[in-house]
Design a protein around this ligand. Sequence first.
Ligand code: PA5
Length: 424
Amino acid sequence: MHKSIKLELDMGDELFSQLKTLEQEILLQDEKLYKKTWAWNVFLGWYDVENILSQEELQKIKATAEYFQRFEKVIVIGIGGSYLWAKALLEALKPNFWDEKIIFAWFQLDSSYLKDLLKYLAKKDYGIVVISKSGTTLEPALTFRMLLQDLYSKYSKQEVSKRVVAITDKNKWILKDLATKNGFETFVIPDDVWWRYSVFTPVWLLPIAIAWYDIEKMLLWAKDMQQHIDENKDIFKNPAYLYAGVRNILLNNEKNIEILATFEKKLSFLSEWWKQLFGESEGKDGKWIFPASLNYSTDLHSMWQFVQDGSRNLFETFLIVENESVKLEIPFLENDEDNLNFISGKTLKFINHSALNWTIQAHREWWVPIIKIIIPEINEYYLGQLLYFFQRACWVSAYLLWVNPFNQPGVESYKKYMMECIKK
Ligand code: PA5
């Protein structure tokens, strides 16, 4: 394995012995994963990265992606687990101010958003990837209806059939049926992969491949992390289980809000995916760590006060990027009109890192427990690792709380209630 992401904690004797005690419990859960003896193990299809997709399926994804690359824009329609990781990954990898090929149209019942999108697409040559495991979620279904109507107003039936791909569950008939009747290409989300764990399936592989990233490499890299976790039974050498363990201990000490904080702009959307993963997996049966996020240094100017001096039931997990891949030096000015020559010659990364260290030190002084997740750099390799790391940590963490990570009864009741209300 190459370099790996690292986890650092403020490890005192007390935390060390609590973790040592919890290690047994975690390993018990870990064993159940391999032996598949858990009540909810029917949804463990995501766990073994290598076996999620067949070679044939991978080749089909690559071929479809290549075809879709010819369009000026590709609209990816989906919500929750059906878009968050793909968007987080693209946000992290793409250059800033990039005129993106992929537009995510998903999330809200906001008429101005959809109207503006249709206006924007009026003169664009575009295709659609619609993603919904259930095939019935209202927000993406309505967006799809309107965009499909737009495509049919512009092209023949045969042409539209080449511009739409549907990714759904093989047994959920509405979207599958609609796709078959209209002659759209379809991809299946495997039965044993739960929504928010569906990242290594066509759900994100197709959008990412359309954006020209190497999905085969990403899968191999996530596999590296899986192997690292599988092989290290010592909790102190296993970042995913160490993270799950320390969160559990903090919760038992009444720290029930976790802030995922980063000083890296490119990682800011990743916290949206992370919030869904942990929030929907753990927040049930009256047990919870509330997942929140802050983007520094921007939020130092709005939330610093609260973190430092507000309620004391929170802890902070920092996503830190170690290497300086972009070097930008502060210039020296002859007249020094702005009095900033004292930092000339320093890089922005150095200053950003100093702000990070200061923030950590200040928050520690105010009894905010700190966890550091350190990735060497932002690239496909470490993001693949990070993704698997969080999934595996979340799974074991939910089991430590004795909740089923593979359901979301609250979300389902919202969907049902909403349908009933609008039918009236
Ligand atoms: O992750 C989840 O469980 C949910 O947030 C779903 O992803 C979301 O509701 C979208 O569901 P679907 O893919 O069925 O449209």
